[in-house]
Every structure is written in structure tokens, then in C-alpha cells.
Design a protein around this ligand. Structure first.
Ligand SMILES: NC(=O)c1ccc[n+]([C@@H]2O[C@H](COP(=O)([O-])OP(=O)(O)OC[C@H]3O[C@@H](n4cnc5c(N)ncnc54)[C@H](O)[C@@H]3O)[C@@H](O)[C@H]2O)c1
Length: 341
């Protein structure tokens, strides 16, 4: 297939692009590099630097590439906390950019669309693990923007026959030898912990240790980025006869912040000091996915369900790229043999 990947220079988009190319698809990446890295884009992909708010670029892109038949839409503002400070940046930009993309895509006859959606749709789940029929109560303007886009897709499907899937990721993590997570600012737990192990941060801050969980810290469901890429490919294969449009994607096992830190200590051999800070606004105690629907309907099965494997793959990438994509490659540091805390 000929697939347009928006945000294909970002973390999940670049790894999915590489997997799509490995499977024989032709990929065009559109990314404004606000968070992404040109070096992350697979060399066999066609890379276009541009912004989804730019109608001229979108028009040119679809005119110049009339054989695009599918879109994977990763490009987005993605920071829950920032969205609480600057709600319109999310409510407006994320939704308008998706609308622009849909407008140009459908005008040019593209009828297949996969959206990166989020667990942030479920801020106060009644049942854990969280299934797709759980009430949607977004936890932030970021989550609300994804919900708007899900609804937009629903109406495009009703009115123009668009075939689509919304993949609601829980916490993406891990890497491949070539690609990993490199955000500025970094807000995700595992890369932050690994920055401590690399000596780039003095400690990791735990946001709240008084939650109603087994050790007082928040519980999250970590899913390997390659398992997300695989889910995209399955959804694409089945897009013409999907039974559902929304799929929750996690491993179905939750780990507390302290358990993730302990696993990282085991893997890196670094003591990883911690400091307890106040709770962050809008952090629910527990988010764990039920991925039964995608397992049953699409036959998805995670290949990397174990937290240690996920963290190890991230650690290997971070050790080999201690300053991410920006700096030249340097040899991994010799791991410390200390096992203390
Ligand atoms: N990382 C996670 O754990 C997680 C969880 C749930 C959902 N998601 C969703 O998955 C998607 C990818 O997440 P990620 O972690 O890879 O984020 P990322 O920031 O690494 O990637 C997003 C990419 O989109 C690009 N981009 C942003 N706005 C753009 C615009 N207006 N025009 C063109 N390009 C633009 C950025 O430069 C970046 O390369 C996002 O939609 C995010 O909301 C991520």
C-alpha cells in the first residue's frame, strides 16, 4: 500500500514507518519536526517537512502523490500537562489539523485512516482493566481533542464511506536498535528514569505516593512500541471489514511507578535515586487496558508483554544514543555493577 504517515519523524510514527517499510509498503512521512527528528525517518520513506495547518502543503502533497491509499495519523500535540495549561493549543490545533487532513484526504479519494488515540479518554474508569465500552470521560483537553477526532472520523464514515480505526494506546515504551524515544521536554516515566541511569538527571521524581494502589504510586500499563506498530498493520489489513472502530491497546498488566523504577534498577545496574513530589493534576490512580477486543477481532498478540523486555529495549537505545538523535553516536557506557537503591 501507499501510506501517508503524519508524525512519522516522531517516536511511535518513526518506528511504525520502519515496520511498514520492512513489510513492503511505500511510506510518505509528513512531519513539521516540532518534536520529531529527520534522522528518525526511515531512509526509504519519502520525507516531507510540513505542518498540518498548511493547506498549500496538504494540497500539493496529495496532488503530487495521487496513489496514497491510506493514512496513519500520529502527528499531534501530545502533552497532557501542557494541555491543562494551554487548552486551546490542543482543543483547536489537534482537531483543526485532523480536519484539514481529512478534508484533503477525502477530496483526493483516500478512504482509509488510522488514528493514534489515547487512554486519556478514560479519566475515571469504573472497571479495571478498561474496555472500549467504558464511559469516555477525557482527563484533559488533550484527551478531549482525541475524542473530537474520533467523533469526526465517525461522521466522515457515515457521510463519505471513510474506513477507519482508532487505536487507543496506553503507555507506549521501548525502542528498537535504530529508533527510540527522544522528546523535549521528556515527560514519560521510562525515558526519564533512564536519563537518571545515564547520569543526566540526579533523581526521578515520583508524583504522589498516596494513591489507593498497592504501594501508593500510580499504576500504568506499558506497551512496547513495536506491538503498537504491529496493531497498526493489523488494523490496516482488516480496515475494509472491521467489526469495531475503537481498540484499547495495552498489555493488560499494570505496574506502579515504584515497580517500574525497580525494574530499571535491575536492568541498568544504577541505583536510580527517587524524590517524592506532589500529585500531578489529572493523574488517575490506575489505568490498565483490556485489549480483548483487538485480540479477538484482529488476532493481535503482544510480542513483548514483559516489562523488563520493554525497559531493556529502551535502555539499549538510550545507552547507544545518550543524547538522542541530536548528537553523534557514542559507545554505550559500561554498566555499573551496583544493585543498591
Ligand atoms: N507516547 C505515548 O505513550 C502515547 C500514548 C497515547 C497516545 N499517543 C499518541 O500517539 C501519537 C504519537 O505519539 P509520540 O509519542 O510518537 O509523539 P511524538 O511527539 O514523538 O510524535 C508526534 C510527531 O508529530 C509531529 N507533529 C506534531 N504536530 C504536527 C503538525 N501540526 N504537523 C506535522 N507534524 C506534526 C511532531 O514533530 C512529532 O514528530 C500522538 O498522536 C500521541 O497523542 C502517544
Amino acid at each position: 500500500m501507499n501510506i501517508l504517515v503524519t508524525g512519522g519523524a516522531g517516536y511511535i510514527g518513526s518506528i511504525t514507518t520502519a515496520e511498514l517499510i520492512r513489510a513492503g509498503h511505500a511510506v510518505i512521512v509528513l512531519d513539521n519536526l516540532s518534536q520529531g527528528h529527520a534522522a528518525a525517518v526511515h531512509p526509504d520513506a519519502t520525507f516531507i517537512q510540513g505542518d498540518l495547518s498548511d493547506h498549500a502543503i496538504l494540497s500539493w502533497l496529495f496532488d503530487a502523490h495521487p496513489n496514497i491509499d491510506s493514512i496513519m495519523h500520529f502527528a499531534s500535540h501530545t502533552l497532557v500537562g501542557e494541555s491543562m495549561q494551554h487548552p486551546l493549543k490542543y482543543l483547536r490545533d489537534n482537531t483543526v489539523n485532523a480536519a484539514n487532513l481529512l478534508e484533503h484526504a477525502t477530496t483526493h479519494g483516500v478512504q482509509r485512516f488510522i488514528l493514534s488515540s489515547t487512554a486519556n479518554l478514560f479519566n475515571t474508569p469504573r472497571t479495571i482493566p478498561i474496555a472500549e465500552y467504558e464511559a469516555i470521560i477525557p482527563g484533559s483537553p488533550y484527551g478531549e481533542s482525541k475524542f473530537f477526532i474520533e467523533r469526526m472520523l465517525h461522521w466522515f464514515a457515515c457521510t463519505s464511506g471513510l474506513r477507519y480505526a482508532c487505536l487507543r494506546y496506553f503507555n507506549a515504551a521501548g525502542g528498537t536498535p535504530e529508533r527510540g524515544e527522544d522528546h523535549t521536554p521528556e515527560t514519560h516515566l521510562i525515558p526519564l528514569i533512564l536519563q537518571v541511569a545515564l547520569g543526566q538527571r540526579p533523581h526521578i521524581t515520583i508524583f504522589g505516593n498516596d494513591y489507593p494502589t498497592r504501594d501508593g504510586t500510580c499504576i500504568r500499563d506499558y506497551i512496547h512500541v513495536l506491538d503498537l506498530a504491529h496493531a497498526h498493520m493489523l488494523a490496516l489489513d482488516h480496515l475494509d471489514h472491521l467489526q469495531s472502530h475503537a481498540y484499547n491497546l495495552g498489555n493488560g498488566t499494570g505496574f506502579t511507578v515504584l515497580e517500574v523504577i525497580e525494574a530499571a534498577r535491575r536492568i541498568t545496574g544504577h541505583p536510580i535515586p527517587t524524590v517524592v513530589g506532589p500529585r500531578r493534576q489529572g493523574d488517575p490512580p490506575t489505568l490498565v487496558a483490556s485489549s480483548e477486543r483487538i485480540r479477538q477481532e484482529l488476532g493481535w498478540n503482544p510480542r513483548y508483554p514483559h516489562l523488563d523486555d520493554i525497559i531493556r529495549s529502551a535502555w539499549e537505545w538510550h545507552r547507544a544514543h545518550p543524547h538522542g538523535y541530536q548528537s553523534p553516536w557514542s559507545p554505550p557506557p559500561v554498566p555499573s555493577t551496583s544493585s543498591g537503591k
